[in-house]
Design a protein around this ligand. Structure first.
Ligand SMILES: *[C@@H]1O[C@H](CO)[C@@H](O)[C@H](O)[C@H]1NC(C)=O
Ligand SMILES: *[C@@H]1O[C@H](CO)[C@@H](O)[C@H](O)[C@H]1NC(C)=O
Length: 207
């Protein structure tokens, strides 16, 4: 009985800690934002030097007041399906907290419902953006920091209006390898420490 209570309590804490709260699914978002990005279909841009100009605005066909909950707009750079293939770390998930499609923030701006003019931002592609095929998506967040709406430069299938970013240094591949090595190293060292600890424990208990 006590154990049962403990499970319930820990589940509750788990939920309060945010894993049950705010499970927003992409399919629940309304496509109300008109988003554009300067790169043309198939254009190749260089990370670290080239710029992308993004614009966003509320679609004029949306009923008035639809944006009343919008507090922030976050514009992100997102992997096109071709660059997600065989890469679990870029996988699209329906549950947005787990989604890895849009990992690179371009800009976040407060949303002003009284100002319907097109918002614009010019972004120099950061050096550490990996070489891949991308599109741009904007999310509207409410005051609870939950996604409520979106807009993107590509179609629903993510097949049109895609562009490429070229990473001059090819840093990404080496970074990937690096992080794999580091995780392997940390697992190994954990075991080594465990072993040393145990041996020392044995040695001192023998004394
Ligand atoms: C606004 O939304 C309508 C309906 O979804 C769509 O047909 C139209 O293309 C959108 N406008 C822009 C500028 O994207
Ligand atoms: C509306 O947004 C535009 C573009 O960001 C800005 O230049 C303008 O000052 C804003 N107008 C008001 C009234 O805030």
């Amino acid at each position: 009985m006590a154990a049962h209570g403990l499970v319930v309590a820990s589940l509750l804490i788990f939920c309060l800690a945010g894993s049950c709260y705010g499970k927003v699914h992409f399919s629940s978002l309304k496509n109300t934002l008109d988003v554009t990005a300067s790169p043309k279909q198939g254009q190749v841009l260089e990370a670290g030097t080239d710029k992308i100009t993004v614009t966003w605005a509320l679609n004029k066909t949306v009923s008035t007041g639809a944006d009343s909950a919008y507090k922030t707009i976050k514009v992100k750079l997102c992997y096109a399906p071709i660059s997600q293939k065989d890469r679990a770390w870029r996988k699209t998930e329906e549950e947005l907290s787990r989604d890895k499609t849009c990992q690179h923030k371009i800009v976040a701006k407060p949303y002003d419902a009284s100002n319907k003019t097109v918002q614009r931002f010019e972004w120099v592609i950061e050096k550490d953006i990996p070489k891949a095929t991308y599109f741009v998506r904007a999310y509207a967040f409410n005051s609870n920091d939950e996604e409520v709406a979106f807009g993107q430069t590509t179609d629903a299938k993510k097949s049109s209006n895609l562009f490429d970013i070229n990473s001059i240094s090819g840093r990404h591949a080496s970074l990937d390898i690096c992080s794999i090595c580091f995780s392997a190293f940390s697992v190994v060292s954990l075991f080594v420490f465990f072993y040393i600890e145990k041996r020392q424990g044995k040695a001192s208990s023998r004394k």
